[in-house]
Design a protein around this ligand. Structure first.
Ligand SMILES: [Zn+2]
Length: 201
């Protein structure tokens, strides 16, 4: 069956499915860009990287994600497209990528070196995903029986990041549970963790 329409959530799910099948291949795809002419860079929704070459020329570079983002418009306040690639961090000195919530420029927990961008982890919606959880943040997640007959409610035990009802989060690197969710409610658990009811977006 050929689909005539799609949603941004479906595109993110497809990208995350492909990342599970071949993470390195998808990382190469996301990092591969070709040079295009200025009229494409001027397009109102397609995302193009502007790069100054060593010889002073301006290059316009487009990749698969910039093209897909062209389908879904631009956030007026940030200038960003709807879909973001999510990368972890890595230590350039000791190679550690187990860095527990640290971001680029923070110090490695093992050797103190400044961290750089690491491996592709997956894809998330930019406009509904202020927080991204990966398997370091999550203790437990499982599907709940929904009283209303639906099957889209989940119970998550995770680090307390100050979430409240109505927030949205992205989960990456948890396999079957990867996706974007709305926070329904939050209750305290133990040791800095909370128990959160989620609804799949
Ligand atoms: Zn290190």
């Amino acid at each position: 069956m050929i689909k005539q329409t799609t949603t941004v959530q479906e595109v993110v799910e497809l990208l995350n499915d492909l990342t599970k099948r071949d993470r390195e291949g998808m990382e190469t795809l996301v990092n591969t860009r070709v040079s295009v002419e200025a009229p494409i860079a001027d397009h109102s929704t397609v995302q193009v990287m502007v790069h100054k070459a060593d010889d002073g020329r301006t290059l316009y570079l487009i990749g698969a994600l910039g093209l897909l983002n062209g389908l879904f418009g631009v956030d007026e306040s940030t200038g960003m497209g709807a879909i973001a690639a999510v990368f972890g961090v890595q230590c350039p000195k000791c190679g550690s990528d187990d860095n527990d919530g640290r971001v680029v420029g923070d110090n490695c927990s093992d050797c103190g070196e400044a961290l750089v961008l690491g491996k592709l982890q997956g894809f998330a919606l930019t406009n509904v995903a202020p927080l991204v959880f990966d398997d370091d943040d999550i203790e437990d997640i499982w599907a709940m029986e929904d009283d209303n007959g639906g099957d889209d409610l989940y119970l998550l035990t995770c680090r307390d990041r100050g979430l409240i009802g109505g927030d949205t989060i992205s989960i990456v690197s948890i396999g079957d549970y990867d996706g974007n969710y709305t926070v329904v409610n939050v209750s305290p658990a133990t040791d800095g963790f909370v128990r959160i009811t989620l609804r799949l977006l």
